[in-house]
Design a protein around this ligand. Structure first.
Ligand SMILES: [Ca+2]
Ligand SMILES: [Ca+2]
Ligand SMILES: [Ca+2]
Length: 227
């Protein structure tokens, strides 16, 4: 956050599509412990991640209309990358395990994952059906994000480990919202769902312990975790 407002605004104008509205980046306020940052525009999808690999999360949005990723790096750099079509789902993550978030989208119509690794290697992999929900995470704990989907119809998780081996496991019930994360802190992503009608979090911990916690009034927290 060392850039001046004039510098960042000029950089933002350079990276916005020509003829587009003069919106995109204005540094609104920054004090110790508090940052407000205007980055992105209406209909963009937030895709935060550590794209520059400095250990800090970067402001980032993906614009479905043109398939462009706009990144305001935490070390001051501003850059962009083209990947995706309007109906794709952004699924960023560190798939190649180099510590930098990779650009990635999942295309429901074909089930193909398109990954542009931060080391310059592009990968395509078919996994999932059109009605699935992409749930990438490091399920095997090797520091590389794994390709995975959750199928609402049969509530099964289909996971392809970084080594290529795959597995499926049932977890959740119909109507749940998948909310992957490492809740038990063992370094492996856990199977986890949030049940809107009960406000219930239900987690199949990778360390062997199941976790259940009620938090959130029914239908209160419609957060955009499922993109
Ligand atoms: Ca990476
Ligand atoms: Ca992995
Ligand atoms: Ca875990």
């Amino acid at each position: 956050m060392s850039l001046s407002m004039a510098t960042t605004t000029a950089m933002a104008k350079r990276m916005l599509p020509s003829g587009g509205p003069a919106q995109g980046l204005v540094r609104a306020a920054s004090t110790e412990g508090y940052i407000a940052y205007h980055w992105g525009q209406f209909n963009d999808i937030p895709v935060p991640g550590d794209y520059d690999g400095d250990g800090k999360c970067d402001f980032a949005v993906w614009r479905p209309a043109n398939g462009v990723w706009y990144i305001a790096g935490s070390s001051g750099g501003v850059f962009q990358h083209s990947l995706g079509l309007p109906d794709d789902k952004p699924v960023p993550g560190d798939y190649d395990g180099d510590g930098k978030t990779d650009f990635a989208v999942w295309r429901p119509a074909t089930g193909i994952w398109y990954i542009h690794g931060s080391q310059g290697i592009a990968k395509e992999f078919q996994w999932g059906a059109s009605t699935d929900i992409p749930v990438p995470g490091d399920f095997d704990g090797d520091k590389k994000v794994d390709i995975a989907v959750w199928r609402p119809g049969n509530t099964h998780w289909y996971i392809v480990g970084s080594t290529g081996a795959w597995r499926s496991s049932p977890w959740g019930t119909q109507g749940d919202v998948p909310v992957v994360g490492d809740y038990d802190g063992d370094g492996k992503t856990d199977l986890a769902v949030w049940r809107p009608d009960l406000g219930m979090w239900s987690i199949s911990g990778s360390a062997g312990m199941n976790i259940s916690k009620q938090l959130g009034a029914p239908e209160m927290c419609r957060f955009p975790l499922v993109r």
